[in-house]
Design a binder for this molecule. Sequence first.
Ligand SMILES: [Zn+2]
Ligand SMILES: [Zn+2]
Length: 325
Amino acid sequence: MKNQIYLARNKTVYKGNLHLHTTWSDGSLPAAETVQVFKEKGYHFICISDHDVYSRTDEFNTDHFITIPGMERGGLNPVPDKDPGYHFGVLDDPTAQPVQPRFQHLERFPVPIPWEGDQSPQVLIDEMIAHGNLVIFNHPEWHLTRFEDMVNYDGFFAVEIYNHATEWSTVSSYGAAYWDHALQNGKRVYGIAADDSHGHDRNWAFPEYGGGWVQVQSEALTPHDIVTSLKAGSFYSSTGPEIYDLRVEDGQLIIECSPCKFIMFKAFPLRGPFVGNYQNGEPLTVASMPVEPEMQYIRVECIDFDGNVAWSNPVFVADLLEGDE
Ligand SMILES: [Zn+2]
Ligand SMILES: [Zn+2]
């Protein structure tokens, strides 16, 4: 079994939010003010993902903060005139060689999208990819997405496993069960935590901005390098805790994180949840689990004393066995 480093403690990490709204759709703040909110919160990058309108805002990019072009595409529902049904995060992939032209700044797309049958979401995903984008399966729990959709549809690179706005509004924000369903059926997809902030009321006690994010290990703060790292899974998602290091060494998956109450490994199919030693209420900052060749994937959740979570991306065990007898 190979040794492999997934997150390295000495590498630079950039904090980002890949899902948010501005006045270009139903958000309450203009793009420039939204950028300011996230800068003040210490973010390094965002994707302005307004509903059915694409944004390219290079004018906000500096050495310390960038915007990645994108949108949220949806309005696709088997029940006529009812929204929402399917929403997909759409993120410009500068490493792609698209067969169709890239979308332009403030290019608008019609909604609702006519439902032509169960292939309709796939047609939409394929269209977004053809124009040089990555696709994220947004807030499956909020939409009560059918679990089999995780298997039947292809091409999305990630599932939104935490959506802060739907926690804020309707307490239905955790999509990790959908993610596991995709993974258990052989999909190589990553998990993304995001805000989906609209900012309808900034005075709510539970702040809508800054609730879920990704931390990306990247060579540089450029759209090219950030997206390259996203595609490689060189990131983790969080609502609070930090993951400093994740690696396989001598057959052990080892994680280091900020002080947590639980460090939980989910290994499929051999072992269910396995929790690192939790003794006398002492915070955990490191835990490990043996990797078995029969495992399909292992992922780790670090849960702090307030219930906030950091999710690692999956370790795909087959990759570690390449070249083994
Ligand atoms: Zn949505
Ligand atoms: Zn949204």
